[in-house]
Design a protein. Sequence first.
Length: 128
Amino acid sequence: MNFTMHVRMDASKPDSLTETKLVVTGCNDTGDGTNTSPLGITWNTAGMPRFALRTERTNEFSAETWEEDDGVGKKRSVQGCRYRTVETMNGPLAYVVKNMYGTRLQEVFEIWAEDFAAAAEEGGKRAD
């Protein structure tokens, strides 16, 4: 499956979007019913010669349980969802991309994660 992501790489230009063509290369959408197998999707950048730049982005969602302090000295068990995203870059242009856009990419990935959390907490009813 191919798709295009519209990325805002320059926060000072909110109307300026960069189109990035992507190809889904993996998808785990079955889950195993035990909450031990994360749901996930992986994609690669398309349209760039692979010898020059190869990128792969993996997004995973997994159910987890952890302990939290309840504020009165007791621990309580909390269940929730963990989101993890990893992007790898290889090839001669990877060095250039990381140096030119590395900080901005990290910021965008953090915004992406915050938006996922907000949408999940709202029951997926966000219009944007």
